[in-house]
Each structure stands twice: as structure tokens, then as C-alpha cells.
Design a protein around this ligand. Sequence first.
Ligand code: F3S
Length: 752
Amino acid sequence: LMVNRPPEKNCINITPPYTKLTQNLAFVQQKVLKCRPLSLAEKILYAHLCNPHEYDGGIVKGETYLKLKPDASAQMAILQFMLAEMPTTAVPTSIHCDHLIEAFQGAIKDVKAAEISNKEIFDFLQSAAEKYGIEFWKPGSGIIHQIVLENYAAPGGLMLGTDSHTPNAGGLGMVAIGVGGADAVDAMAGIPWELKAPNVIGIKLSGSLSKWASPKDVILNLTGKLTVRGGTGHILEYFGSGVDTLSCTGMATISNMGAEVGATTSVFPFNNSMYSYLTETRRHPVAKEALEHASYLKADNNVHYDQYIELNLSELEPHINGPFTPDLSTPLSKFAEVVAKNGWKDEVKAGLIGSCTNSSYQDMSRVVSLANQALDKGIQPKGEFFITPGSEQIRATMERDGQTRILEQVGGKILANACGPCIGQWKRTDTKENEENSILTSYNRNFRNRNDNNPKTMNFLASPEIVTAMIFAGKLSFNPMIDTLIDKDGKPFKFQSPHGDELPHQGFESGNKDLEPIITPGNSSIEITIPENSSRLQKLKPFSSWDGNEFKGMIVLIKVKGKCTTDHISAAGPWLKYKGHLENISNNTLIGALNADNEKVNVVRNILTGKDGNIPEVARYYKENNVPWIIIADHNYGEGSAREHAALQVRYLGCPLIISRSFARIHETNLKKQGVLPLIFKNEKDYELFSGGDIIETVGVVGLEPGKDVIVKVKKYGIDKEFEVVTKHTMSKDQIEWFKMGSALNLIANKQ
Ligand code: F3S
């Protein structure tokens, strides 16, 4: 779900209101920031402040909350928007049906099967779109971020999307930020959207990519340097002569994966390749206006970045990242050594390319240059080779230009224009349950279980070119830059490095007219379709408000050990079908979390019965007995996606607060929005003192204020010991009101 279209424009050319934005920015820069040189990210954000006059006291990065006006899993966002009881959305909005198409028999059959199995969800979304005047992109039309890049993104704009890879649009010079559905509802309801002024990491690119190196390798390399937490509270801003050597879609790939380091977003300055991409995607007016406002669309001279990184593209080699975390980064030349050292089976079972991250025309034409060589030499993929086009426009252009034919001839299977295996929608038939195996993908995320629901699948991230070469070799240790394969005549064959066109010579093909968006003005008389007794859709009931007292008698349900992503808190794959039904999807709550007490996944002690059980079952037992429970978490709790179910579900099952060593940004905001209090250990070693079953009470929730600590009193489970720890929080004044009301939505509905 995206919120971005300025109301005054109703066609595909969406130009940000540059004159107004630059006037706003000039005021902030002169009056508030005393003419300090600004980074591009700051310029775009400050140009979108709702009321610049409110910031007389200055803006402190990392501290000041900015109230912004963006130029917003669809089911849950719409269900929440319904609670706001508004006739239409306040800003133009679009819905994309990309997460629910299972990869199995190929594009046409898979989309048909999804239309049948997900009928009630698609009908619900379409009826809501028609009621509220939201643009509706049907299943099979493409993946949200690719469609946005092709249709909506514009340099210098500010956009929110309910998916963590929304920053993809940074490749077109936009500040595009992933948020939860409740944040999107703010924008849809015309309420200022709040963001703590981020710091900015300046990344200077010099040189140019050559041979096998691709834009993907820029971000695979940086992810290794920054780690999954290194971008938290920061925007990644690229600059330097190397930027102008990249394609617009290559910059989108780099921006897309800034999400993997926890960055708020990533952004590139406006340049020629953005201009060309805008004109090739039939948006000449946007390109022309952006050119006229080019000085707004780049950083000021002499800007000071909060952190600084330099990368020489000429020296960059391909990288392979993984398994199980995107920041485990290995240069290709060292990868065979790593495979041997870890004793991994030297086999690649499947190669998957495309997705929202890497399905550009340039990606596909470079891959086809390799596929052509393999075809010529009679070499077949050694495992499944899947290609996911990001949109109908890409798919149709690939077909017209003969790319599809070559990929199919060489043994590839074209999947639907949808997320497919990237989000676990993969009916995999080439492995047995729990079989240890390795796959390579050009996707962006590789948490355990993510692609095929098999915890033993080792998933590695690489460029589409490297994935393709490796599936022809079928070996993890293969390095296409130096190693050879045996061709059909028994002779050694070495791939020539890939090459391809940035944009299609004949322009893009629009494709199937039936997949164009449905655009309606909104009609309040339309009934939103929610079938009686549906197991997949359920109207939300508002959460109850805070009772005004300190919390007492709360049980630690689980002390989570190590990485706990939104996939661990609310698993995807087969669970995606329940995304519109809070009660049913809550049966997956924390089933991937590792219990620090017993080193087991999804097993906790129910201290009311004294028996062990799975996490959702024990949480429900506590809820039914009116006993609140909490989570103790390690670093970066809630890393990964914008999946707000990870916040909604714990709230629904009776969790009023979570104490963590640190939180991932989007998840922390999602918790606040749903009325859950995220507390952070002041001394992170205090995490060690807790275990499951401990009984907790608070001092300081009554009279909660920004910057004021909350004391947590602990009575140990099973031993006679009591102690206190100090926690802090990042709640602003407005966010404390959400907590008091029970949720941010309750506050909106109350104001209505
Ligand atoms: Fe879809 Fe995967 Fe992108 S789930 S939106 S293709 S990150």
C-alpha cells in the first residue's frame, strides 16, 4: 500500500510541487538552520515539514521529531483505516496485490490459482479501493516497488509505503520510507506523519563498475561493512562521480537493500540516468520539471555528513552474502574457501532471480547474455532456475525483446509478476522436508525459513548475474570469473563477463491491458466485502485504553535470545493467508523465537500450569486468565520488515510492554502505534538478569514523559530474589497519547 499521489494530478505524470517545496526549504534553511549546508536527504525531509514555523528552537538530528506531509500489508492497513471512519483517503493511495501468489507451475497458472484461493482477500481489497478512491493494482500486475518506480516515484518527493523495501524509490531521488499500516493510516487520514530527524551517512562512490561487478555488489559490500544495525536512525545518501556511472534501476537496487542495514531510507541525487528512466517510462513532464529544479535535488556544497564511507566502484568485485543474514558478506574470490572451511555441501539446488530488488531491464539483459552463452554451449542449469519479473511492463518487454524465449530455452521458468519465493510463496518440489540444501537468490533478504519454510535451506544473496552463472555450475565453490565448465562437446568453457542494455531500445512495452490499475474517485455507498465466518478476514475491534495505573503482576513470557526479526515474531509463508484475520494469524506469534532459558524455538514454560507449551498457546492461556505478559529481547528486536502484525499480534494476545537491548526503527514505531510500550535497558547487561516466568511491575508509567526513565521491579521465578533495573524509552509527547488511548488509531477515531 503506497501513499504518494498529489491530489491535483490524476494522471501517470506525478510531479512533486517543486515551487512550494523549495519555498518551504528556503524558510527552514534560513530561519531555522541558519544557512547551514544540507544533505539531499535533509533538504527533501525539511521541504516536507507540515509547519516549518514550529521549529524555532532548531532541529537536532537524532532528537527532534519532524511532522511531515508525505506527497501508506494492505489488508491490515485498510482494516485499520476502516476504524478511522473517514469517507475517502486524504492523500492519493494505491493498493498492490503482490504477496499472495504461490510459485509452482509458472506465471499464468499460478495467478489463476491465487485468484481462486485468495478471492475473498482480493475482493475485500478491491471493494475497499473503490469505496475510498484508492488505485487498485490487480494480482499479477507486479511487485509494489517496481510499479512505484515505473509510475509514481519522482525526484525530491516524500513517500510512505507499508513495506520495508519502499526505499527502492531512492533510485529515482525520492525519500521513500517503509512504515507499518498504522503509520500509513496517518497519511491516509491527512494527519502529519512523525519521524525523528535522522542522521545522514554520506557514501561517496568513485570509479565505475566493470566486468562481473553490478550495483547489487555495492550494497552487498556495504551491508557487510555496516551490519544489520549500522543504518539505524540514518539515511544513506550517495554522492560522488561514481553515481553518474550507474543506471537508475541499479541505484534502485542499492536503495532497496538499504533496508538490510536498518536505514530509514537511501537516496541518490538527480542525474541523467534518472532523467532517461523517467522519459522512457512516459513521464517527460516530471523529468523536465526535475531538471529545472536540479539544485534542490542534490546536496549543498560543503555539507557535513554524520558518517562518511568511500567506495571505489572500479575495485569492487562481486559478493555473496549469507546464509541466514544479509550482512555476512564474502567477496566472490574468497567464497570457495568459506564453503570449504564451513564444510557446506558444494551444491546449488536452486537459483532465483528477479523480485522487487533485481528485475530491471538491465538485470535481465545481462543475465540473458550469460544464458545465450550457456545455450550455445549446450549447458543446462543444475537445479531449478526461476525468474520473477517485477512488473507486467518488465515481463512484456522481456517477451517482446526475446529475453523470455532464451531464458525458457535454457531451462528457466518465468514466475508471476509477484513476490513469490521471496516471501515464502514457493511450493517447492525439489527437496524433502528439512533437507539441508543451498539456494542463491538475487533477492534482498535471507533470514532462515524465509523462502521455502525449510530451516535447513541455506540462502545466499548475490547479483542476478552471479546467481545465473552459479546455477549453471551447480556448485557453491564455482567462481565464474576464473573457473570453467564442460560444454556439450566435452570441452572446457568459461563465461565471458555479462553485458546488457540499461534501457530497451524500443521503449517499454505496457503489456496486458487487463492488468492496468483500476482508478475510481471513491463511493461511500459501496459495502466492503467481508464474508461471514471468514477465516481470513476479520473486522478489527479497538484495543482498550490504558487504565491509568502502573503495570503489576506481568509475567515474562519469553526471554528471546539473539536475532528476532519480524519473520520470527510473525512468520510469513503459509501464514500470509491469515494477514487479514488477527485472531487466526496470532497463532504464529513468536513461533520462530529462540528461548534463552532452554535454547529451544517456540517452547516456553506456562508458570500458571507449570507445564511447557508453545508460545502462542501459553500467551493465549495468560490472556484468558487476564494476566498480562511481556517479552525480554536482545538487540535490534523486530529487525527486517514493516510487518505490523508483529506488533498487533502481541498486543492482541495481551502484551502491554517489551523490554529490549535495542529495537529496529519500523517495529518500534509499530509497537507504539498499537499501544505497546517499548522500553530499552539503560544498562544492556541487565538483559542477563531476566528469565521466563519472572514477575514484573513498573514505576514511572504513571507520569510517563519524554526522556523520563521507567523503573522495572523484578521478582524472580523459582528463586527468592528481587531486584530493579532502569529502562529508557523514545516516546514523544504525541506517542505517549497513543499509549494512553490504547493505540494511535483510537486517538484518530476519538478526534473524528
Ligand atoms: Fe516482495 Fe520480496 Fe520485494 S516480498 S516486495 S519481492 S522484498
